[in-house]
Design a protein around this ligand. Structure first.
Ligand SMILES: [Zn+2]
Length: 208
């Protein structure tokens, strides 16, 4: 805050006579005065007898700028406080994360997908969409909401009657700051291929 302080000389009526600056009751800019070792402003003026004044000056905060400065400062301070409060208690971002990058499903199989919220605001899931309608959300919890630092589950399913292998994608829309999040889905109608995948990675079994 640049509330500019000016200075006024009060050296009147002393034995050395009035200071020119005191007599005219003018104010002096900080740049016009010198400061002693204690940081006090010293009058650069002369008395009526031509002697250096040298009086310690009175600090004057220009009266018209004072209320505005205080108000502006207070408002700015309040805004900062409000932003901090908002950020920690009400605001911030939700951040959706899924550890799995792809999921393989056999016909009729359903798998839990764990959804993490790494943000500091509540994560609200909107829409879960699939690139192929052989995939679906098996069990829908209404408006799945995940608290900061917590996780929740979606259960997704590959259709029982699926005949073909399908490479697909699931996309979750939410209020996450990183936007829609997608993972690969592989619907595998050939059970032998699925068995091989299950043997090679146990993540699906672990999640179940
Ligand atoms: Zn003076």
């Amino acid at each position: 805050m640049a509330t500019k302080i000016v200075y006024r000389c009060k050296n009147t009526g002393g034995p050395d006579g009035d200071c020119e600056h005191a007599a005219s009751n003018e104010t002096l800019e900080a740049s016009a005065v010198t400061f002693n070792e204690s940081g006090q402003a010293i009058c650069p003026g002369e008395t009526v007898f031509g002697e250096p004044c040298g009086a310690i000056l009175e600090e004057v905060i220009p009266p018209k700028k004072l209320p505005l400065g205080i108000i502006a400062g207070s408002v700015a301070g309040l805004i900062v406080v409000a932003c901090v409060v908002w950020f920690f208690f009400l605001g911030g971002d939700a951040q959706l994360r899924i550890e799995q990058t792809s999921i393989t499903l056999a016909p009729g199989q359903s798998v839990k997908v764990e959804i993490f919220n790494d943000g500091n605001a509540s994560l609200k899931l909107d829409d879960v969409t699939f690139s192929d309608n052989e995939f679906s959300v098996d069990k829908t919890e209404d408006s799945l909401e995940i608290a900061p630092g917590k996780s929740g589950f979606l259960r997704i399913k590959f259709a029982q009657k699926a005949q073909n292998n399908i490479q697909g994608k699931m996309t979750i829309d939410s209020n996450s700051s990183n936007g829609p999040v997608s993972i690969e889905l592989e619907g595998n109608a050939n059970p032998w291929t699925v068995a091989e995948k299950l043997n090679s990675t146990s993540t699906i079994l672990d999640k179940e």
